[in-house]
Design a protein. Structure first.
Length: 283
């Protein structure tokens, strides 16, 4: 398993890193479009569609992304879209956690399918537009999610249930603890402050998300960092809820050793649009 994970990670990095650092944002937009279209295929399978229906979901996501690209949305400020997307993620995500695994099948399948494809489209639009903003900006958002995950795992292993008596969401993801969530938030706070100071010291030509937020005051940076860290946890929990409802461990086996695309991007799905919302409102 470890060998498979390493090989898959090396292959993904060999594709993603050249696309990310290419002078033009086009290669990165293409690679991420294909990845999220694969995520839409997984989404169809998680919601009971056969092969043809899942491929149709992937094509719908691809067409929606391509149409947005062709319409020039990657270069266009869209504060209203990001604000609506962010609000929907917060409200619907909280509601899904409240109804739990048992409530997921009660949502009409057509609604679930459309919502999933739209969420993947928004995530692609956000990540592609973030790359247009600049590599430093995009990396500051991606690394936030990775640090939140790593710090939460480390804190959960070291301090899980030592300060609280209940787990975070035992019926959805039994391994997660409140201590892990707090550790993830602390890790993101350290990252945000360090990145902002580094940007200022190096006089970065492209401001990171944190530098944009710090322009409104350190208090805003702290609140936004904690908020985004918590939303990355929400994205992870929502996907875990859906997989439990579907009775599967992974969203697919497209990435040997890592599960599926949705397993890798679940925390990014709410975080990317919300990061774009905050960045757009601060311009």
């Amino acid at each position: 398993m470890l060998k498979q994970r390493i090989i898959t990670a090396v292959v993904l990095l060999a594709i993603l890193l050249p696309a990310l650092f290419w002078p033009s944002p086009v290669p990165f937009a293409v690679v991420t479009l294909l990845l999220l279209a694969a995520g839409a295929w997984e989404w169809g399978r998680l919601n009971g569609l056969g092969q043809a229906g899942s491929v149709a979901a992937a094509l719908a996501c691809l067409v929606l992304c391509a149409a947005s690209w062709s319409a020039g949305l990657l270069e266009r400020p869209m504060p209203l879209l990001w604000s609506v997307a962010g609000a929907v993620w917060v409200l619907v995500g909280a509601w899904l956690l409240r109804v739990g695994v048992a409530g997921w099948p009660n949502i009409p399948r057509a609604v679930r399918l459309v919502a999933g494809v739209l969420a993947l489209w928004l995530a692609w639009l956000a990540v592609a537009q973030a790359r247009v903003f600049g590599i430093n900006f995009l990396l500051s958002v991606l690394v936030l999610v990775w640090v939140a995950d790593i710090a939460a795992y480390a804190a959960g292993r070291a301090f899980g249930l030592k300060f609280t008596k209940s787990k975070l969401a035992p019926t959805i993801s039994p391994g997660k603890s409140w201590e892990g969530v707090w550790g993830g938030m602390a890790g993101v706070l350290v990252l945000a402050v360090a990145w902002t100071l580094a940007d200022r010291a190096l006089q970065a030509s492209v401001p990171s998300l944190y530098t944009r937020l710090a322009a409104g005051g350190w208090w805003l940076l702290v609140i936004a960092a904690v908020f985004l860290a918590s939303m990355s946890v929400l994205g992870d929990l929502v996907e875990s809820l859906i997989k439990r409802a579907a009775g599967v461990k992974d969203s697919s086996r497209l990435l040997p050793g890592h599960g599926g695309v949705l397993d890798r991007v679940d925390a990014l799905l709410p975080t990317l649009p919300l990061a774009m919302m905050l960045a757009t409102l601060m311009t």
